[in-house]
Design a protein around this ligand. Structure first.
Ligand code: PMP
Length: 425
């Protein structure tokens, strides 16, 4: 029997066929215990933006470890490097989002964003606003509240999650969810109208926030239809509901701009980030809040005599040092220009699939794409065939997700596309 219960895996299956052990990495490639080399077309789990053995991040971590390997930010203390990271992020984040709470994972950032939204609502006299709107097909994590917000059944099955805290609305997946002849714009308008109907039926005074990924990732790389975010924001604003942008995947260049919110004209009240914040080299996440939210949170916390939240490793100095170096590398590579170039190469490579008889849709923004096949069976077949040919992609239902590291060369991108096309047959 395996000593390790693997995430999102059938434990009985691993007793028969043990998982592939990855032992080393270099750039966009990883090598398994048998010496097979793969291009990871998914940057691990949408996260290893600078590849699998980034020298500068290793050095940043080891230098920080030699100087101060651990300290916390509780009760009147902090570390110099965590404060430097806060200033660097505040300067980079859009709008007035430069007020931060740190954690260690994306799920944790989501949990904390919910707590902050509730504090903020109570801080402005709206204590009854506790529930959260989330969408079908969303992925927000797999702890307790973050799993409840996730709109994928396999994350819920058997766990008795706090479902009564969540109000579910539809996903913006035009090709699958639009009515006959419904244009993209009409579809977006309908979703916005349904959101408002739901808010009125449930009572706006019971709702703290809505959470959404600017581009839905694990739900199938779903791009928002035109007018969608604009309409959603207008409805939320009118009903006093905060908007939490979950940028755990979309943050740090993935959609072409530094943040997905900038790509789609979203002005959230809170934002979560993780993954590419440190190139995935160290577990670090953050929740960013606007000054107004931060003030209401501070008022509420003051009533209790403290912000009653904190985790041992939040804002870890080694993570902060790695994040600072990651941000410096992004600046040097001219992140937005780089992802535009990489994205153009990917779009050209994927173009032939648009005519493929088994392909329903090719979706792409910036340097992330999804190729939706006609069924989950085809998606699985093509994904497995690509792995057998040396390219890892992520199979999410009928869609294969593609999200390579930013250190991919044009030739690496061409190889991913060639293997995908060959695998599609
Ligand atoms: N939010 C989004 C949008 C995600 O894609 C993920 C993970 N893929 C999470 C939250 C959870 O992050 P983690 O796995 O680090 O807990």
């Amino acid at each position: 029997m395996n000593a390790h219960l693997h995430p999102f895996t059938d434990p009985r299956a691993t007793e028969v066929a043990p998982p592939r052990e990855i032992v080393s990495g270099e750039g966009v490639r990883v090598t398994d215990a048998e010496g097979n080399v793969f291009i990871d077309g998914m940057a691990g789990l949408w996260c290893a933006s600078l590849g699998f053995a980034p020298e500068r991040l290793r050095r940043a971590a080891s230098d920080q470890m030699a100087k101060l390997a651990y300290y916390h930010s509780f009760k009147g203390r902090t570390t110099d490097v965590t404060e430097r990271l806060s200033k660097a992020l505040a300067a980079r984040l859009p709008g007035d989002l430069g007020h931060l709470v740190y954690g260690t994972s994306g799920s944790e950032a989501v949990e904390v964003a919910i707590k902050m939204a509730r504090y903020a609502q109570a801080g402005r006299g709206q204590e009854g606003r506790t529930r959260i709107i989330a969408r079908t097909g969303a992925y927000h994590g797999s702890v307790t509240m973050s799993a409840a917000l996730t709109g994928l059944q396999y994350v819920h099955d058997g766990f008795h999650l706090p479902a009564s805290d969540v109000i579910r609305v539809g996903r913006p997946h035009w090709v699958d969810e639009a009515g006959p002849g419904e244009s993209e714009r009409a579809f977006a308008d309908r979703l916005v109208a349904e959101l408002e109907e739901m808010i009125e039926a449930e009572g706006a005074d019971t709702i703290a926030a809505m959470i959404g990924e600017p581009v839905m990732g694990a739900g199938g790389v779903l791009l928002p239809p035109e007018g969608y975010w604009e309409g959603v924001q207008e409805v939320l604003r009118r009903h006093g509901i905060l908007l939490i942008a979950d940028e755990v995947i979309t943050g740090f260049g993935r959609t072409g701009r530094w943040f997905g919110c900038e790509t789609y004209g979203i002005a959230p009240d809170l934002m979560t980030m993780a993954k590419q914040l440190t190139g995935a080299v160290f577990p670090l996440s953050a929740v960013a809040m606007t000054g107004a939210v931060r003030d209401s949170v501070a008022d509420r916390a003051h009533e209790f005599g403290m912000l009653g939240h904190g985790v041992t490793y939040g804002g870890h100095p080694v993570g902060a040092a790695v994040a600072l170096e990651t941000l410096a590398i992004y600046e040097e590579m001219k992140l937005e220009e780089r992802t535009a170039e990489l994205g153009a190469r990917l779009a050209a490579g994927l173009a032939p699939l648009r005519q493929h008889p088994d392909v329903r849709e090719v979706r792409q923004v910036g340097f992330v794409a999804g190729v939706q096949f006609d069924s989950a069976e085809t998606g699985l077949r093509v994904g497995e065939a690509a792995e057998a040919r040396g390219v890892f992609l992520r199979i999410v239902g009928p869609t294969l997700a593609i999200c390579p590291p930013y250190v991919a060369t044009p030739e690496d991108i061409d190889e991913i596309c060639r293997v995908l096309i060959e695998s599609a047959g």
